[in-house]
Each structure stands twice: as structure tokens, then as C-alpha cells.
Write a protein that binds this ligand. Sequence first.
Ligand SMILES: [Zn+2]
Length: 139
Amino acid sequence: MLQSIEVDPRRFCKDSQSWETRSEVSAFPRLAHEFTQGELFCRVDGRADTFGSLSLRLTIRGEVGLTCQRCLGSMRHAVLVERTLYLARNETELERLDAMPDSDAILVGETLDLLDLVEDEVLLSLPLVAMHAEGECPV
Ligand SMILES: [Zn+2]
């Protein structure tokens, strides 16, 4: 099982650090319950731009197995997440950053668990109800 990756998010960005893993979905504490099989590649890159804004660039990709909610059979699902998240210190900053075009922000404290963040993003990217396309459930 993968362990928490606790970092100081601001330091992580200021130092342009990065973290990556390629793991079976069964090794992710929360994703293990969602997927029947598959492997995910995850990478997080910290960045500080010339204006001093700190952001995390997330790349997550892989192919996983989901349970179809119509036939309960297995279906393949491609995960592809590419997002840049700006770090906000408080609610005001969060609102300001979120209002900018093509910008997403997250509120972070002194520590951030990168594994948790990656899992959140994968869960958000999933279809609300996983199902084979109409008429494509194997009989
Ligand atoms: Zn189905």
C-alpha cells in the first residue's frame, strides 16, 4: 500500500520539486475500492511563476477497470487528468484565483498529502455512474 506523501506545499513549489509514482490501483488506499484492476502513472510538479504564484501541475494517466452499474461486468476506463492547481492561503485568495480564466485553486495549509490530492483528482474525474455504452453490455 502506498504511504502518505506529506510535503510543505509552498516549499515544494518554490524549489520546483516533483514526485511521481507508477502503481497498481490496489496500492492506493481509496482508489483500491473503486477499481477492479489497472495501473496509474501520477506525477506532481511544483512551480513558482515570475509573479510569485505557486502552483502544482498534476498529470495522472492509466487504464483501470470499473464495474458497470447495469450488468455488473467489468469495463475499461481511461483516466487522464492534466490540471494546474494554484495554492491559496485563505478563502479570499481562493476566490480570487478561482475567478481567473482557466485557473483552479486549492486551499492548502502547512502540509499537503500528495497521494491524497492525486486520489481526489482521480475520483473527481470518474463518471457519476459507470456504465457500458447503451447496448454494449456483454450478454
Ligand atoms: Zn455493462
